[in-house]
Structure formats: C-alpha cells, structure tokens
Design a protein around this ligand. Structure first.
Ligand SMILES: C[S@@+](CC[C@H](N)C(=O)[O-])C[C@H]1O[C@@H](n2cnc3c(N)ncnc32)[C@H](O)[C@@H]1O
Length: 328
C-alpha cells in the first residue's frame, strides 16, 4: 500500500496492557475499528486496486486473465475495500459473476449486479461456502490479519509484546506453544535481544479457512511479504493514517499492518507481481512516435498504459508484491 487521504477522530483508547494480536483485532475490527470508518482504506492509502492511475485496470486484467486460464466465471474478492477491484472487473467483463466480502455494508457505488457479503474481520470469515467454482482473490487482506508480536528477551527467549492504548509497549508472557513451534519452523531466532517477529500462524489459519470455503477453483493471496531467507530482523508492524506512515498505536485511528510470511502459507505456486504481469502479457510496447501525429489520443493512452505497467511492476515497489496461488 502507499499513502493518501483524510484523518478521522480516534475512538476512546483502552488503558490496559494487551498482547498486540488482541489490541490489533479490536483496533481494526472492533465496533469503532479503523476498517469500519466510512472513508474506507482509500481514505488513507493507495493500493494496486485504487489510487494509482492505470494500475487498478492492470490488476483487474491480471485477475480476469487468471480466471480465464482456469475456466472460472465467478470472482470473489475477500477484503474488497469499497469494491474498487470489483467495479473494474465488471467494466472489463460484464459477464463475470462478482462477489465482494468485507466488514462494512455493501458500498453504495457498487452496481447491483455485484453480490456482497459482510464479514466479521481479521482471521474470521463469514459462512461463505462457494458451491460453484470461483477465483477467490484476497488483495492486501492477510497483512491486516492480526498476529502475535514477539521479542527476544535478554535470556534469548521469545516473549509476547504487550501494548497499551497509547502504543507504549512492554514484554509479557512466553508465546503459546503452537506459536513457538511456528517460530521454530519458520522464523528462527536471530539470537539478539530486541529482535522481533510477527507469528504467522494466525495468517496461515485464516488462509486455510478461506481455502476450505472454496469447493473448486483458484485461491489467490496478493500481499507484501517475506520468505525465510529474508525475514525482517525487527518485524514489520507499522501503521498508516491520512496518507502517512505513523507510529503503530492500537486506538482505531490508523491501519495496522505487517508483511506476510508467504512461504508458510500452504500453496502451489508463488511469484512476484512483476513476474506474473510479465507472464500474463500485460505489458505494452512503447507507442511509435508517428502515432502521436496520426492519433494523439491513442498515443497518450498508450503512454499512460505503459507508465501504469511500469508502476505496477517496479522493483522495489508494487512489483515486489507476492502472488500466492492455490488450486482447490
Ligand atoms: C488493506 S485493505 C485492502 C483493500 C483492497 N483489497 C485494496 O487492495 O485496496 C484490507 C481490507 O481487508 C478487509 N478485511 C479485513 N479482514 C477481513 C475479513 N475477515 N473478511 C473480509 N474483509 C476483511 C478490511 O476491512 C479492508 O477493507
């Protein structure tokens, strides 16, 4: 995501110490949670789905072409924001069946032909059993599924990081056995006191339950992430508000996000956005200069398409996003 937008007033803040995972869930999906705010994600940051000229169209073409490759005519967007990607998919191919899933009521701007399901938020999904085959895409969902945040103490043991409503932190208990097992398997201790990690078990579980909802099709997670060889030594928990990256405070006034351990999600294939868009042939050639004279509008459109492709595949940048694919 990249930043942009207006800031709402924060709700009242809790005064007790809580493990990050619990405070994070409440801050984003509680009654006054950040993602229930009327301005939606686009009020605070841009993603490939919205806010970057031409990139939303490319994202829609990528999703539509994956659906076509797999013979799928139904696309379900989990964590659909305000339906930006769905709207573009409809413009591209009005014959596609489309369903959006998010924590808010159906967005007013969305056409009646798009179905909408309300979700509890975070790792929890609504009863979605999809009987017909579908391509299910979750674009920037897993990074906002809360995870336990842990830190190595002076004795070299992982401890849960607890947080107060104003963002002050302290070390708490040892993580649950299952979380320690996840860390051993996927995020080996770097041995230095102060090193941090976000435990990906909750994301793995959320991904599993999404895949279980699909009877046949392709499930796709698109997110920024890391692999075992490139874990961030101090984790990646951060926050966005009003167009800026800000301190992570679980008071409902900002997004809270951390990169996804993409290699721990059960999947068939993963590749970077830059590679996938190339593979799908979404790039366009530089328009011939003659076109500028014969058809200036077409020339400008071709230039815009080319710069959108460059933005969507830039590395470092949006081209680094991981596409994690699982056939069901
Ligand atoms: C970072 S925003 C991404 C929005 C959009 N996909 C995009 O890329 O612009 C994350 C979205 O996931 C939604 N979300 C979080 N947990 C969810 C869940 N369990 N079910 C459905 N949507 C969820 C949030 O409400 C929010 O709209």
């Amino acid at each position: 995501m990249t930043s942009g937008g207006t800031a709402p007033a924060p709700p009242s803040t809790p005064s007790t110490w809580r493990p990050w995972e619990i405070a994070w869930q409440e801050a984003l999906y509680g009654r006054a949670g950040f993602y229930r705010r009327p301005e939606g994600p686009a009020g605070h940051f841009a993603t490939s789905a919205q806010g970057i000229p031409g990139v939303g169209e490319l994202l829609a073409r990528a999703v539509a072409s994956l659906a076509a490759r797999h013979g799928l005519r139904h696309v379900v967007d989990v964590g659909a924001g305000r339906g930006e990607l769905l709207g573009r998919l409809h413009d591209l191919d009005p014959g596609l069946a489309l369903t959006g899933v998010d924590v808010v009521e159906r967005p007013c701007a969305l056409g009646e032909s798009v179905a909408w399901v309300r979700s509890p938020g975070g790792p929890d999904l609504p009863g979605l059993p999809l009987r017909e085959p579908a391509l299910v895409v979750a674009h920037e969902w897993l990074d906002v599924v809360p995870a336990p945040v842990v830190e190595l103490d002076e004795r070299g043991s992982w401890r849960l990081v607890e947080v107060a409503g104003d963002g002050t932190e302290r070390l708490g208990d040892a993580p649950a056995e299952a979380d320690l097992a996840w860390l051993t398997a996927h995020w080996p201790s770097p041995g230095e006191a102060g090193a941090r990690a976000e435990v990906g078990r909750a994301r793995d579980g959320a991904w599993e339950s999404l895949c279980r909802n699909v009877s046949r099709g392709l499930v796709v997670a698109v997110d920024y992430g890391h692999e075992r060889s490139s874990r961030p030594p101090f984790g990646s928990l951060t926050a966005f508000r009003d167009g800026h990256e800000v301190a992570a405070v679980p008071d409902g006034s900002c997004d809270l996000t951390a990169h996804v351990a993409v290699d721990s999600l059960a999947h068939d294939r993963r590749l970077r956005q830059a590679d996938l868009f190339g593979e799908l042939g979404l790039g366009t050639a530089t328009p011939a200069y003659d076109l500028a004279r014969s058809d200036p509008q077409a020339y400008l459109r071709a230039l815009a398409a080319r710069s959108a492709f460059a933005a969507a595949t830039a590395r470092p940048g949006l081209g680094d996003f991981w596409w994690v694919l699982r056939e069901v």
